[in-house]
Design a protein around this ligand. Structure first.
Ligand code: GRF
Length: 200
C-alpha cells in the first residue's frame, strides 16, 4: 500500500506510522509527506526516513479547490493509494475526496461525534467531560463526521490541563492510527454506510 501523509506540524503521528511501516506492522510504505507549512517538523522526520518531503503552500493558490488539485497532482505523482491526514490543519474539499474515495483517513483528538473542530481537548475540559480520547475515521465532506474506524478512550483526571490531557490522548493516537492503517492495508475494513466493520 502506498501511503501519502499530509501534515502541518510536529508529525508525531507521522512518526508512529513510519515506525509501524519500518517494522513491518503495516503492509505498506509512506511514499511522500506533504506539508502546507514550510517549518513543520514532520518534514524533517520524513527526510530522516529518506522519504520525499514536500512543502505545498496553500497561500500560493487561489482557493481550497485549487490547492486540493495541486495536492491530488502530487499524490498521484507518487502513486498514493491511501491519503493519511496527520495534524493537517486545512479543510479539504470534494476535489481530494473524489480523487481518493473512501481512501482519506483522519485522526481527531476527541471521541467523535463529541467535540469536532479545533481545540477538541480544550472543548472536552471546558465541558467537564470525564472521559476523552481520539478517533480515526474516513473523511467525508463534513468536519470530523466520516465513518469511524477506531476510537480509544482515556480518563480526564482532576487538575488536567490542555497539555496533560493532550499528551495522554496522543499516546493512544500513536497506537490506533497505525492500527487503522494496518487494517486498511490488509483489506480488512468494510464500510457500510456510516458503519465500518473489521473482517476477521
Ligand atoms: C493530533 O493531536 C491530532 O489528533 C490532531 O493534530 C495533532 C497532530 O499532532 N489532528 P502531530 O503533528 O501528529 O504530532
Amino acid at each position: 500500500l502506498k501511503i501519502g501523509v499530509l501534515i502541518s506540524g510536529s508529525g508525531s503521528n507521522l512518526q508512529s506510522i513510519l515506525d509501524a511501516c519500518a517494522c513491518g506492522k503495516i503492509a505498506g510504505r509512506v511514499v511522500c509527506v506533504i506539508s502546507n507549512k514550510a517549518d513543520a517538523f514532520g518534514l524533517e522526520r520524513a527526510k530522516k526516513a529518506g522519504i520525499p518531503a514536500l512543502h505545498l503552500d496553500h497561500r500560493a493558490y487561489s482557493g481550497r479547490e485549487a490547492y486540493d488539485e495541486a495536492l491530488v497532482a502530487s499524490l498521484r505523482e507518487f502513486g498514493v493509494e491511501l491519503v493519511v491526514l496527520a495534524g493537517f490543519m486545512r479543510i479539504i474539499t470534494q476535489v481530494l475526496l473524489d480523487a481518493f474515495p473512501m481512501r482519506v483517513m483522519n485522526i481527531h483528538p476527541a471521541l467523535l461525534p463529541a467535540f469536532p473542530g479545533l481545540h477538541a481537548q480544550r472543548q472536552a475540559l471546558d465541558y467537564g467531560a470525564k472521559v476523552a480520547g481520539c478517533t480515526v475515521h474516513f473523511v467525508d465532506c463534513g468536519c470530523d463526521t466520516g465513518p469511524i474506524i477506531i476510537q480509544a478512550a482515556v480518563s480526564v483526571i482532576e487538575g488536567d490541563t490542555e497539555d496533560t490531557l493532550s499528551a495522554r490522548i496522543q499516546k493512544e493516537e500513536h497506537r490506533i492510527y497505525p492500527e487503522a492503517i494496518r487494517l486498511f492495508s490488509e483489506g480488512a475494513l468494510k464500510v457500510d454506510g456510516r458503519v465500518v466493520t473489521v473482517r476477521a
